[in-house]
Write a protein that binds this ligand. Structure first.
Ligand code: APR
Ligand code: PHB
Length: 400
């Protein structure tokens, strides 16, 4: 690949946000170059959540990368809440008038996007080091980086900061131009991936006195389980046996009996955080996905939010290049944030409802149980859970 020196949109980061944006722009005839710090294999090695909302499914279809997802993804119309030793099903499909979610790993979404980009011969510079963004407050922004020891400059009209929570784009914005809202939770999630059949055909979210647990899946033969653990726990201390033993202690008897254990393929501890940046646009620099916001994983909103940011950003850029109008581009930050805060609220609420907090007194467990009992037995309570879980409609509550 010859390295381009000019493009319309310079995209920083080849995670799901950057790759999806690249694909949507390509469909609209807009040029983009993606600069990624890691190798493609490294990007595909990161295990993340795997529940897609309808809005995200539609967007992957629109980008032309939905084929394998529809063939291999699992459509789920409900999930279980386990608390007080009892399991209760939230029937999302019935409650929301026919909405479902798709269980399909983020790794697979990323792989499909990567293949589509490769097949279309679109430029991605992997192992682009020391990426720096310049002049985004002018009409002539640029990005500099090093590749194989050579310095490069990429001139562009716009920069899309799709470079995740630890990226360079948000960090390049003057401190007085940006507000950051953050909550760090006092525990982590220990995740284990295994080639074993899932314990149940839908997900089980568990509130137990020993802490939260989640039984999730990637396919009929691959499972993903999580345990709430103290932040001080180290991954080396958790043998596979210890993991399975602790998981069993948090499950109900039928699940415990059905659980098939096996060697882990991947095991890691992730911290939990709520984080939002306001605004998401700085002149000709736009932040999207984890670069602008993080949700705790309870409810799996991260990838779905990234997808809608990218949808709004692509609409803005298409409006600029094809419609000669910046109305959508100017509305980008507000449109995104309105949706983001609703998903942030839901993820924080679901996290608070399901976990044991170290500072809690016994009354909190009673409150959690009462609220969960209300949710599963009240139509209004169940619907609130279901409509947020399947994802609020695009532009929910927005006059457009
Ligand atoms: N230069 C170039 N690339 C960078 C830089 C940099 N300075 N910093 C980070 N990157 C790359 C990372 O290596 C990564 O591949 O940007 C990419 C960002 O990808 P993600 O972290 O996956 O973020 P995003 O694409 O927004 O995806 C959001 O990921 O974390 C989950 O819950 C989240 O599911 C959501 C999704
Ligand atoms: C996952 O499968 O990794 C997963 C599913 C649902 C969640 C979080 C993570 O809420």
């Amino acid at each position: 690949m010859t390295i381009p020196h000019t493009t319309q949109v310079a995209i920083i980061g080849a995670g799901p946000s950057g790759l999806l944006l690249g694909q949507l722009l390509h469909k609209a005839g807009i040029d983009a170059v993606i600069l990624e710090r890691q190798t493609g294999d490294y990007v595909l090695g990161r295990i993340r959540a795997g529940v897609l909302e309808q809005v995200c499914i539609d967007l992957l279809d629109e980008a032309g990368v939905g084929e394998r997802m529809h063939a291999e993804g699992l459509v789920h119309g409900g999930f279980d809440l386990l608390f007080n030793g009892q399991r209760h099903r939230i029937d999302m499909h019935a409650l929301t008038g026919g909405h479902n979610v798709m269980v399909y790993g983020q790794t697979e979404v990323t792989r499909d996007l990567m293949h589509a980009r490769e097949a279309a011969g679109l430029p991605t510079v992997y192992e682009a080091m020391n990426v720096q963004v310049h002049g985004f407050d002018s009409t002539t922004p640029s990005v500099t980086y090093e590749k194989d020891g050579q310095k490069h400059t990429l001139r562009c009209d716009f920069i899309a900061g799709c470079d995740g929570f630890h990226g360079v784009c948000r960090a390049s914005v003057p401190r007085n131009a940006i507000a950051e809202y953050e909550k760090v939770y006092p525990f982590g999630w220990l995740g284990l991936l295994s080639d074993t059949p899932p314990v149940h055909d839908e997900l089980i979210y568990v509130n137990s006195p020993r802490g939260f647990a989640l039984c999730s899946q990637r396919s009929k033969t691959r499972s993903r389980y999580y345990l709430q653990v103290p932040l001080t726990d180290r991954i080396e201390e958790w043998t596979d046996d210890a993991f399975w033993q602790e998981l069993k202690l948090r499950l109900d008897a039928p699940a415990r009996e059905h659980l098939v254990t096996g060697p882990s393929i991947e095991k890691s501890i992730a911290p939990l955080r709520s984080f939002v940046t306001e605004p998401m646009r700085f002149g000709r620099l736009f932040l999207a996905g984890d670069a602008a916001h993080i949700v705790p994983p309870t409810g799996a909103k991260g990838l779905n939010l990234a997808a809608t940011d990218v949808k709004y950003l692509s609409e803005g850029l298409i409006g600029h290049y094809q419609g000669q109008s910046d109305t959508d581009l100017d509305a980008y930050s507000d449109r995104c944030l309105r949706r983001i805060w609703k998903a942030e609220r839901f993820s924080w609420w679901f996290t608070s409802l399901m976990h044991q907090f170290p500072e809690d007194s016994p009354i909190t467990a009673k409150f959690q149980n009462a609220e969960l009992d209300y949710i599963v037995h009240s139509q209004a309570g169940s619907l609130t859970m279901a409509e947020n879980y399947v994802g609020l409609p695009l532009d929910f509550g927005q006059p457009r």
